[in-house]
Design a protein around this ligand. Sequence first.
Ligand code: HEC
Length: 281
Amino acid sequence: MIALFRKPARAGEYAARAAVLGLVATVAAVNTGCKQDMGDQPYYRPYEPTTFFEDGRSNRPLERGVVHRAQYLDNDPLVTGLTQEEWGRFWSRGEKKVDVAAATPPEDRETSYGAPRFDPRPGQPNSGPAVFVTEFPFEITARDLAIGAQRFTQYCAMCHGPLGNGKGKIWERGYLKPTSFHTEPVEANEPPDYGQINLGFSRGYWKWDVRIPMRDVPVGYYFQVITQGYGAMGSYAAQVKPEDRWRIIAYIRTLQLSQRADVSQLPADVVQRLNAGGNQP
Ligand code: HEC
């Protein structure tokens, strides 16, 4: 550069130097322009108004069905299958994370948390404090069951089968057979259950030496499995919103009842129809 500012020897040389200087200036200008565009792109801060959209808001409304993250406290009954007492135990131990799937050996039953480590039925060999809730966090109506049936068909039936016996299409194509929700086969050619575990018994509980049919497993455990996944099954937390997870569980309960209901639980008119020899109106 310095040489460019020496006294020019001839007029031609002066013009050439001017041309080089111009070129350098242009390149510099183009470069700077580029830098600014990249570093300072137009964007809106949260809640900043705009004239671009008709409603004047730069925030766009969420699409229907978006599943919110971190919208609830961890222990809000709607988003946890764990009892408040279990949360108490969890906090008092200063734990950082609930890990239901952790393959903690049964000797750690007392010091673990969030895992299916106690039999929820009193008087069993490994009975203990309630880890999972046994009640739904809201009243289940016919509409909830209808939504549950739809969501079950959409998100679970391809593996668990429309009847919940593990005879889904994905299993037919060679995937690990999911736990059946029933203790008796409910279809012809139904596959046996996995390993040494009795048909329709929870594998998660089995790991903790708790032998319990899925029918008797608390609803909170189902919620935990849908939310966190279990073994070969992934988490459905990002696809299925919490309310719908509970609705799916309510529908699974009806599937279980449909295969094994005590006549005394049926309404009188249904018993009458049954006694008359059929289930038709
Ligand atoms: C991709 C296939 C697949 C889908 C989809 C799926 N599951 Fe599963 N599920 C499995 C398999 C496989 C297992 C057994 C996992 C194992 O033993 O490692 C299982 C296990 C379970 C268990 C039992 C855990 C136990 O203790 O034995 C429950 C409850 C369950 N699933 C519920 C659901 C629900 C509810 C849905 C729908 C929201 C669902 N699953 C969707 C494959 C699936």
